[in-house]
Design a protein around this ligand. Structure first.
Ligand code: PA5
Length: 439
């Protein structure tokens, strides 16, 4: 059976096999805590057996909602931020034609909003969809997150004015808490279709809930195969996750404080963004944790390459290596050969990319940058499903090895408190006064 693979041999040297193996008891204890719910944050373990618990009825309902939006809209705006957006975006980008945004599509085009507070972004988005039939998938567990709330208020008003309240209500789907929160209340009042974000699944672990599955299905992704891939990893012996969690913690303990997720395929940019949130929010606490960074190669070899090769030796890399491309492009011969490329004429572009990948890995290892390799046979739903579950479970294990609660995110509240105080939100009077005095 084809499976993603991990190879940590190029990490050896910076850490020994014995140092990695020494973390096996802690890693196994972490798995025990996850499986028995005895660790910190144990009320947020719903993702652990989520793939195998998704049933036919859930998948059929999601596919039916997706079909309606795809067939009846030109655009579907998926509104959400953080865990309520990155997973869907990552999978959609990885599956899509690189230039899908510029090509006619069979169904609705999915675009994202509510993941920033850019005024021109919202203006330009509304300008793009004005006069077109559009639907909205609004995703927020709390229902009060500022960024998606602003986007939803604007787009809901626009849709109702453009198509009428009834049409709008039939083309807005809310994905939120089962019972609580502002979005649940609004959805009930307005009669929107809804899907539930389970109480015990945190935002960054929610890609395999309707949060990720509905936008992916609207974009044409095969969510059954995605889930099936995740089930394969859930049912595996777990060795891949243990290897990743142990190796990265051994490297961290040896002074490698930054992990750079490296890809050689532009479609993986957002997979790394999703991974950054998953690991950053899960491990960066109690003044501890590997800093998750990412580069897109070979692009970034021409910008960050110098730093990675020769900068401070506090980094290690995890390379996402994709086995095969979907299409063949062969480099042509040129009689003049002014660019000197005839030595690779007749060879596939991917062969050159693979040699760039291998050459870079060798150079970085020689330069003191340990490397882990994650081999993904191909970018399709099945292997993406495997990869998602792999990273989620390894994250839980790694967080427990680090001895933090991997399932909370207390640090993200600090900026919100200041922003609300600066905007004079009711209830923040004392903080407003304190900031006014300070500024
Ligand atoms: O991982 C998390 O919990 C966060 O990133 C949230 O997903 C993000 O803040 C969005 O929250 P909400 O879904 O409540 O709007």
């Amino acid at each position: 059976m084809d499976f993603i693979k991990i190879d940590n041999r190029a990490a050896l040297g910076s850490v020994s096999a014995a140092q990695i193996e020494a973390l096996r008891p802690a890693a196994e204890a972490a798995v025990e805590k996850l499986e028995h719910g005895t660790g910190a944050g144990n009320d947020f373990l719903g993702w652990l057996h989520l793939p195998s618990s998704i049933d036919e009825a859930q998948l059929s309902a999601l596919e039916a909602s997706a079909r309606t939006l795809r067939e009846e809209c030109d655009y579907v705006v998926a509104i959400g931020i953080g865990g309520s957006y990155l997973g869907a975006k990552a999978v959609m980008e990885a599956l899509a034609d690189n230039f899908a945004a510029f090509k006619p599509s069979k169904g609705a085009k999915v675009i994202f909003a509510g993941n920033n507070i850019g005024e021109d972004y919202l203006h330009d988005l509304m300008d793009l969809i004005k006069g077109h039939r559009f639907g909205i998938i609004v995703i927020s567990k709390s229902g009060t997150t500022t960024e998606p709330a602003i986007a939803f208020r604007l787009l809901k008003e626009m849709l109702e004015q453009q198509e009428g309240k009834e049409w709008a209500a039939h083309h807005i789907v809310a994905i939120t808490d089962a019972a609580r929160g502002a979005l649940r209340r609004l959805a009930t009042e307005e009669g929107y279709d809804t899907y539930v974000i389970p109480d015990n699944v945190g935002g960054r672990f929610s890609v395999l809930t309707p949060v990720g599955l509905l936008p992916i299905a609207v974009a044409g992704g095969d969510i059954r195969t995605l889930v099936a891939g995740a089930v394969e990893m859930e049912n595996s012996d777990g060795e891949l996750m243990l290897t990743y969690a142990q190796t990265r913690n051994a490297l961290y303990n040896s002074g490698k404080k930054i992990e750079i997720m490296v890809n050689y395929d532009p479609r993986l940019h957002f997979l790394a963004e999703w991974w950054k949130q998953l690991y950053g929010e899960s491990e960066g606490k109690d003044h501890k944790g590997i800093f998750p960074a990412a580069v897109d190669n070979t692009t970034d070899l021409h910008s960050m390459g110098q730093w990675v090769q020769d900068g401070e030796r506090t980094i290690f890399e995890t390379v996402l290596s994709v086995g095969c491309q979907r299409h063949e492009v062969v480099i042509p011969t040129d009689d003049a050969d002014l660019d000197g490329l005839n030595y690779i004429a007749g060879r596939r572009v991917d062969e050159v990319n693979k040699m760039a990948e291998l050459g870079t890995r060798l150079a970085h290892v020689d330069g003191g940058v340990p490397n882990l390799l994650i081999h993904i046979p191909a970018l399709n739903e099945r292997f993406l499903g495997q990869l998602i579950y792999f990273f989620e479970k390894a994250c839980g294990i790694s967080g427990y090895i680090l001895d933090v609660n991997p399932f909370n995110q207390p640090g993200v509240e600090a900026y919100k408190k200041n922003m609300f105080a600066l905007l004079n939100k009711p209830g923040y009077e004392a903080e407003s006064a304190a900031l006014a005095a300070r500024l």
